[in-house]
Ligand binder design. Sequence first.
Ligand code: NAI
Ligand code: MG
Length: 499
Amino acid sequence: MNMQHAIQPARPAFLDGTAKKLLIGGKWVEAVSGKSFTTRNPATGEVLDAVAEGDAADIDLAVAAARKAFDGPWGRFKPAERQRLMLRIADLLEANIADIAMLDSLDMGMPLAFAQYMAAGPVVETFRFCAGQAVAIHGETLYPSLPGDVLAYTLKEPIGVVGGIVPWNGPSFNATWKIAPALAAGCTLVLKVAEQASLTALRMAEICLEAGLPEGVLNVITGYGETAGAALAAHMDVDKVSFTGSTETGRAIIHASAGNIKKLTLELGGKSPNIVFNDANLELAVPGAAMAAFGNSGQVCLAGTRLFVQRGIYEEFTGRVAEFAKALVVGDPLNPSTMIGPVVSEEQLNRISGYLAAGTAEGAEALAGGARLTDGALANGYFIPPTLFSGVRDDMKIAREEIFGPVISALPFDDVDDVVPRANATEFGLASGVWTNDINTASRVSRRLRAGTVWVNGYSLMDPAVPFGGYKMSGYGKESGAHHIEEYLATKAVWMNTQ
Ligand code: NAI
Ligand code: MG
């Protein structure tokens, strides 16, 4: 535990004490209502800056600006022009990694070292990958079996005005996964960022404008879900919504999409199984299983929170993961040695604390962690230690529901036929992990797991070239990979009767 550090990293000039505005049609404007709200540092409770409270009126203006840009100059941008612009954005983001990482860290509590890795790696590289995709969009040539001389081809066209709605658990990365594919495909975007951590996306939007993005192509609205988010989800002139967040809100977005039958991409919750066999390489699997669930304080959709351990190694393995958990440095996100920062808000703190209490009440035993930390300076922030529950049964609340905190539920299993159905017995299907040195076990289990991603002898590995997305109630549609751009394109068939 530590809240002291020798060198205070530079505070971004962006945090200048002024209230942050909305970006609509290339202009920074106040909310129509004139309202704003403050955003806080979850490590200290300190107020950072105020942000505009956008609502339905601002969403209307932003959608109109996005439509105008789509029908205007942006629609005439050649793929290579979009590519060049996106590469410029990537370069400028790269030059501003320090700022972006600091904003992520201050606004949502992500350990700075991890935020720097995310900004320098996944954020910048996703823009570069999508820039390449912009010039690789292509349709097909088809020869229908009709009499005469008939040819058909398909055109892949931008779907139009897109609404992006994101959570707070990785502000720069979440914004990137909406902005980059939309620009590559030639769409325009209204991005509704999360009320708990709005600042990074505003700074990234400044960078996009600086790189030369035409007005109205990217509009950023800060504000609450029930007002701004709901208005965007229901808007009759939005062609598609790409949403990342809870399954419950995802369901509301499906209902809202019915008005104009808009297309959706949904990246929702998870309760991912991480399965460790007796023959696993424990040197890899112990830290792998721990960080699969504790990284980013467990505030990760793909977190491996149901840790299935084969009986032959159950005691040893859970003991070692508990030791690993206790050794993780919890504290000030700006300290380079901090591995676990605070959770994002008091609301999340209380929610997670409720699950910790439920685990104990249902008879599970916390081998590490188990209750909020309040020593010294930690009392001002929202700190939950990495927690490992043993003695968990499949039907316990902590084994079924997404906690979104640094909490592992460990469950012993007998063999493949015991663990696979139990791993699949969840409403979710986002990700999964398998740890074994037997290639046949790895291959058989990978095929039987009902999840959009399976990692073998690793966890949380991501790359812009590899698709990511859920099965079952974890949502539909893919992000990342070539599939990502496809979600932002419409296919048109053109018939040519050439006789
Ligand atoms: P949320 O899903 O309600 O919020 C995500 C985004 O949706 C935010 O921008 C929010 O303003 C917006 N939103 C909320 N209600 C909306 C509506 N009716 N229409 C349109 N947009 C709306 O998630 P929240 O409230 O931040 O967290 C609650 C719980 O959800 C967490 O404790 C966690 O369990 C889960 N969650 C899971 C995530 C994941 O990636 N699996 C991400 C965020 C939350
Ligand atoms: Mg919510």
